[in-house]
Write a protein that binds this ligand. Structure first.
Ligand SMILES: Nc1ncnc2c1ncn2[C@@H]1O[C@H](COP(=O)(O)OP(=O)(O)OP(=O)(O)O)[C@@H](O)[C@H]1O
Ligand SMILES: [Mg+2]
Length: 767
């Protein structure tokens, strides 16, 4: 095997082997990857068996052999066809045997030769050669001179770019007189493909050869220049950042010298000041300084640094000690409550008692108030009034649909984008640690795999525990004991029992039409007039019209829709005023439709006479009370019970219980004995499209059933509500005020019911 070492400098031989007698037959050493030129000196590693023998043969004669390149360098043992026919006769200047059996030889090109014939192929190639003499030039033309100079210049430039140019090399290059020799010398040091080099070797005309070399030099120069530029660019980039760094360090040093503080130190001192001003708890301050120290040791642009900064910002902005001055003037509180709300006497009293106790006992750990009532009855607005009366800030958050404990307690700081929980967020927003903090919809908290928010709320709401509330993000106990928590709910039943236990339920029932009328006059109309930028001179709404709005455009226990409808009227009046019409605009029954469109609710269809198979029940809905009619009809059949009207499961069970009761007491109820086997019974509750549920229609169903079966009419002036047991007992139900109001709307003046709190009163038979 013959391989080259890298040759990184021009090797020049002074005595060019002139006078050496070159025989006609020489051993052949095929070489790979390199084309050897005349005058070239290079080391070769010889490993192939055949090649070693060729070297040995040469050494035993006159040290001469022919070096010829193989056309495919990957071939291990090339055939004569795979070896270029033109090669270079070379002399072995030195030879070493390497321990692994290979041989290293230093060869020196003497002259070109062509293989005329293979005289021997085993154990090594021996060839008959024809020498190709160098073409002598009689007289160098101008062109040749120019080509030579150009070649020298380019070579120097390339070597310079590579950082390899020395004075010696220049001198040698410039000292060469023959163009062919110069071409060979330069070519032997160019990085070329084997084919290109072989081409060059085979050229005989020195001028042509120089041309080709110059061409290759031009290309090489371009590549080298580009390479050098890339390198210097990279170097420049590095030195630029280094420069900036030095400058910055210098600036810092100058600042220091002048007694200025640098940015980082400024930030640290700013935080130090803020931490001191925040008047944190001992734990808080310790933690804050600890984090500040960490920040000081970090690079200011590190990602972790911004996490620490955010944390410190939270720590210093949470109101640890900031509070508004509480006013506990009971008279004033009463005035404020009365100013904002009509009636609600019981609720207001309860609030005032609460405040009184608080005034006398500053450290009272009283229960948490929980306002329970249908939507729009003033729960939130009462909370606002309380805050106003006590000179506290007001904050409201909704617990509806919260499923994640982290919403209350925050995420641990290890999470990306972690934040404190809503309690701490709310306090920061208020900027005081004693606001009235209203949590709406405690009855609608969800719980799932993310943890139970109720559990976290327990800690918040329990006066015994909330002195040291722990938010996951802050990770330091925070004192919530000054916060006045108020919760609200639409229904008391779904509230988590442990939560309910810590709260005092204050019920707000729905309003009657009279109450709504009064509230509209005193509060809603003046407020809407003001909000829409008109005055009371512009608009007139009579009581009759108000009643119509209440009964035909709203169906609710509270006041929200009523206020919205009044708002709509005021808005339309405002437009007219803005368009230049002169008022006053009086809203009459006749004009009402022009303001509000067609009525949304029609008065319930009243039943004219006493009828068989229809009984009037009362239901409680979110919007207040409603009357509902239970219809029962029988037909010939096989004793089946058909239930329609979107009845819920509980209501269906009620129907079955009612039927069982009627059957088992048939005789006492005056129903014929055989009537059940050969009839189907159909119970329907209109309005059919609205889903209904709950046990309170039980009594009504029994009455309607018995009426049909015994063919006796039901008194239409009586409405009833109550759960029925199989033994005919009627159980108490809730929502009586709303139900009674609904009965009144339907013009029914008698109601049979049992109040929930007085279970032991007498039970009525449903008949
Ligand atoms: N007794 C009242 N006197 C005067 N205004 C009232 C009264 N009750 C309710 N309002 C008004 O009715 C509107 C609705 O009340 P609010 O928003 O407090 O209802 P809510 O009970 O909180 O309802 P929700 O359960 O839907 O949150 C408010 O504008 C409020 O001022
Ligand atoms: Mg509310």
């Amino acid at each position: 095997m013959a391989q080259t070492d890298t040759i990184d400098s021009i090797d020049i031989i002074q005595e060019d082997g002139e006078g050496v007698e070159i025989p006609d037959v020489l051993p052949l050493l095929p070489v790979r990857d390199v084309v050897v030129f005349t005058y070239m000196v290079l080391p070769l590693f010889v490993g192939r068996d055949k090649s070693i023998r060729a070297v040995d043969a040469a050494m035993s004669r006159d040290r001469l052999l022919l070096l010829s390149t193989q056309s495919d360098s990957t071939v291990e043992s090339p055939t004569p066809e795979e070896i270029y026919r033109v090669g270079t006769v070379a002399m072995i200047a030195r030879m070493f045997k390497l321990p692994d059996g290979r041989v290293k030889v230093l060869v020196q090109g003497l002259g070109k030769a062509k293989i005329a014939d293979y005289t021997k192929t085993r154990p090594f190639y021996e060839v008959k050669i024809e020498q190709i003499p160098e073409q002598e030039m009689e007289k160098k033309g101008v062109e040749t001179e120019a080509l030579m100079r150009n070649a020298c210049d380019h070579t120097e430039k390339i070597l310079d770019l590579r950082g390899e140019l020395t004075g010696d090399v220049s001198a040698i290059l410039r000292g060469i007189e023959e163009p062919g020799r110069l071409a060979d010398l330069v070519a032997s040091n160019l990085k070329m493909k084997v084919e290109q080099a072989q081409d060059l070797l085979e050229m005989n005309d020195p001028v042509q050869k120089l041309h080709r070399v110059n061409e290759l030099l031009g290309k090489e120069l371009e590549v080298s220049t580009m390479q050098a530029k890339i390198q210097s660019d990279a170097r420049e980039e590095i030195s630029k950042t280094q420069r900036e760094y030095f400058l910055r360090e210098q600036v810092r040093a100058i600042h220091k010298e002048l007694g200025d503080i640098d940015e980082k130190a400024q930030e640290i001192s700013e935080y130090t000041r803020k931490i001191k001003n925040a008047k944190m708890s001992k734990d808080g301050e310790r933690e804050a300084f600890k984090q500040l120290k960490r920040l000081e040791q970090m690079h200011p642009d590190a990602a972790e640094a911004s996490v620490v900064r955010t944390y410190l910002d939270w720590l210093v902005e949470v109101p640890w000690k900031k509070s508004t001055r509480e006013v506990l003037d009971i008279k004033k509180a009463q005035r404020v409550l009365d100013q904002d709300h009509y009636d609600l006497q019981k609720v207001k009293d309860r609030i005032l008692e609460y405040l009184s106790v608080r005034k006398l006992n500053k450290h009272m750990k009283g229960p948490i108030l929980c306002f329970v009532g249908p939507p729009g009855v003033g729960k939130t607005s009462l909370g606002r009034s309380i805050a106003r009366a006590m000179n506290r800030r007001f904050f409201r958050m909704s617990l509806g649909g919260i499923r994640d404990e982290a919403e209350i307690r925050g995420h641990r700081r290890t999470y990306i984008g972690a934040m404190p929980g809503r309690i701490i967020q709310g306090l920061k927003q208020c900027g005081s640690n004693n606001p009235v903090f209203m949590m709406d919809e405690v009855d609608k908290i969800g719980a799932d795999f993310r943890g139970d928010p109720s559990a976290a709320l327990l800690e918040v709401l329990d006066p015994e525990q909330n002195v040291s509330f722990s938010d996951h993000y802050l990770n330091i106990p925070f004192d919530l004991s000054k916060v006045m928590f108020i919760t609200t709910a639409n229904l008391a039943d779904p509230i988590h029992p442990a939560l309910k236990d810590r709260m005092e339920i204050v019920e707000l029932a729905g309003y009657t039409e009279e109450e709504k009328l009064a509230i509209a006059r005193q509060f809603l109309i003046p407020r809407q007039i003001k909000e829409n930028g008109i005055t009371s001179n512009h608009i007139g709404i009579g009581s009759k019209v108000l009643r119509e709005i209440i009964s035909q455009y709203t169906l609710e226990a509270g006041l929200r829709n009523l206020e919205r409808e009044i708002g709509t009227i005021c808005r339309k009046v405002a437009r007219k005023v803005a368009e230049g019409e002169k008022g006053p605009f009086t809203v009459t029954s006749a004009k009402l439709q022009r303001y509000l469109g067609v009525p949304k609710y029609l008065p319930e269809l009243e039943q004219e006479s006493h009828e068989i198979g229809v009984a009037t029940g009362l239901a409680w809905t979110q919007a207040g009370g409603e009357t509902l009619y239970v219809e029962v009809s029988t037909m010939r059949g096989k004793g089946e019970l058909i239930l329609t009207g979107q009845l819920g499961e509980v209501m269906q069970e009620s129907a079955k219980a009612a039927l069982t009761y009627a059957r088992s007491n048939a005789k006492a109820l005056g129903i014929g004995r055989n009537s059940f086997q050969d009839i189907d019974i159909h119970i329907h509750v209109p309005t059919g499209a609205i889903p209904k549920d709950g046990p309170s229609a039980g009594v009504t169903m029994v009455v309607a059933l018995v009426s049909t079966l015994s063919k006796r009419a039901v008194n239409r002036d009586v409405a009833m509500t109550g759960e029925i047991t199989l033994r005919g007992r009627v159980l108490p139900v809730g929502g009586l005020k709303e139900k009674a109001l609904a009965a009144l709307r339907a013009d029914v003046h008698k109601v049979i019911a049992l109040r929930k709190k007085s279970v032991r009163k007498r039970t009525r038979k449903a008949r």
